[in-house]
Design a protein around this ligand. Sequence first.
Ligand SMILES: CC(C)(COP(=O)(O)OP(=O)(O)OC[C@H]1O[C@@H](n2cnc3c(N)ncnc32)[C@H](O)[C@@H]1OP(=O)(O)O)[C@@H](O)C(=O)NCCC(=O)NCCS
Length: 145
Amino acid sequence: VLIDGIRLVDIVPPVDAYIALRAGCGWGNISRDAAVPALERSMDAVTVLDDDGEVVGCVRVVGDPMYLYIQDMIIAPGLRGQGVGRLMMVRLLARLKPAYPEAVIMLMCAKGQERFYEQFGFEARPSDGFGPGMQILPSKGSLGL
Ligand SMILES: CC(C)(COP(=O)(O)OP(=O)(O)OC[C@H]1O[C@@H](n2cnc3c(N)ncnc32)[C@H](O)[C@@H]1OP(=O)(O)O)[C@@H](O)C(=O)NCCC(=O)NCCS
């Protein structure tokens, strides 16, 4: 590990820390009713702890052996830009690729973070061969109604 006192552990974060990390990114305050089963169903995860045992980062994976989606990649603001995010992603990908050799590994990139992911081989969509990612946000009506 590059940074003194920082530990990477291969578990999902505790629910309250997870909710706080997401809220700290401006991604809203999800309920524990949503967060607890979401964390439980993660296929894989890395959590970052500082020397006080505080949770200062996380990333998790949802999906199945064909489609793996990396979600909730977060480093606490004070720790960004020090190489911890890269360590997390390298650790996660090194595990996912051999474990799920037939999977496509995907993610929805936050605005402006493309270059962070490109260093690991992620290719932005839309591209020549692929259309854009699409979504319905929870606040918007579904079914187009
Ligand atoms: C994106 C995030 C996880 C990166 O973690 P980090 O620990 O700050 O990143 P690192 O320090 O490991 O960066 C590794 C490399 O990626 C580069 N990098 C990091 N973020 C970048 C960005 N937004 N754009 C371009 N390059 C970036 C760094 O410069 C570094 O390269 P270098 O070593 O050549 O300088 C972190 O900034 C974060 O939590 N952001 C807010 C939440 C978020 O938007 N998450 C992404 C959701 S898709």
